[in-house]
Design a protein around this ligand. Structure first.
Ligand code: ZN
Length: 226
C-alpha cells in the first residue's frame, strides 16, 4: 500500500507535522484537528490564537506561535509549504497554487514571520509537500511570462514548452526560488512526496480527479521554544 502520510522532513524535529492524503484518518492526539482558513488563492496571513476555531478567516497562510496548536492548509495540486523555526517555537503553513505563488505568498509569509515574530529567514526551514509538478502542471505561456516578470528568467529552467501556447511549470521549483530569494538556505529547503497528478493514489489531484477528489491536509504544530 502506498504511503498516505509523509513525514520524512526534519526527523529531528520536536514539532509535529506531516502531509496527509485524504484517505488517511486523523492522528490521535493534539494535532488531530489543526486550524484551517478559508483559502482564496491570495496572500493574506493569520496568526492563530488558542480559542480560534476553523475556519479562522480568509487566508492562505496560517502562523502558530503556540506550542502544540496545529495549523494546516488543504491542497489538491497546489503546493503546501510548511515553515518551521525550531529555536523560536513558531511554525507556518502556506497554500501556494499558481495564483498565490505569483502574488507572493512565500515572500509575504516570510516577511510576516520577520516583522511580527522577529524570525530571521536564515533560521527557517521549509518543506514543500505533494503537489502537481513540472511533469504535469500545464498552463498558458502567458501565465509563465507573469512568473518570469516576478522571478526573472530563471523560471524558464523550470518550464517545458508544449504546443498551442502552453507548457508545463515546476511550481515547487518556483516556490523554492521564492524561498531562496527570501533568505532561506538551500540546505533548509526540502521537497517531500510525489507529483499529485502522476503520483496517483492516495494523493488528491484536482486536475486528475475533479472537485470531489478530497484534499491533502498539510499540518504543523510548533514545539515549545527551544
Ligand atoms: Zn506529474
Amino acid at each position: 500500500m502506498a504511503l498516505d502520510l509523509l513525514v520524512p522532513a526534519w526527523p529531528d524535529a520536536a514539532n509535529r507535522h506531516g502531509f496527509r492524503a485524504p484517505t488517511r484518518q486523523p492522528e490521535p492526539g493534539g494535532s488531530s484537528h489543526p486550524l484551517l482558513a478559508r483559502q482564496v488563492h491570495g496572500t493574506a496571513l493569520i496568526d492563530v490564537r488558542p480559542d480560534d476555531s476553523s475556519p479562522v478567516g480568509e487566508a492562505d497562510g496560517l502562523i502558530s506561535a503556540i506550542p502544540g496548536l496545529a495549523i494546516a492548509v488543504a491542497t489538491a495540486d497546489c503546493a503546501p509549504i510548511l515553515l518551521d523555526s525550531p529555536s523560536d517555537g513558531v511554525a507556518a503553513a502556506l497554500h501556494a497554487g499558481w495564483r498565490g505563488t505569483l502574488a507572493g505568498i512565500v515572500t509575504d509569509g516570510i516577511r510576516h514571520l520577520k516583522e511580527r515574530h522577529g524570525i530571521e529567514p536564515k533560521s527557517l526551514r521549509a518543506a514543500l509537500g505533494p503537489s502537481i509538478d513540472g511533469c504535469c502542471f500545464e498552463i498558458e505561456r502567458e501565465i509563465a511570462e507573469g512568473f518570469a516578470n516576478r522571478f526573472g528568467s530563471r523560471i524558464w529552467a523550470l518550464w517545458q514548452e508544449r504546443p498551442a501556447g502552453k507548457g508545463t511549470l515546476d511550481l515547487r521549483g518556483v516556490n523554492t526560488l521564492a524561498l531562496l530569494d527570501a533568505g532561506l538556505a538551500a540546505t533548509a529547503i526540502e521537497r517531500v512526496g510525489p507529483c499529485t497528478f502522476c503520483g496517483g493514489d492516495p494523493w488528491a489531484s484536482y486536475r486528475r480527479l475533479g472537485p470531489s477528489c478530497g484534499r491533502q491536509l498539510n499540518w504543523i504544530a510548533p514545539a515549545a521554544k527551544g
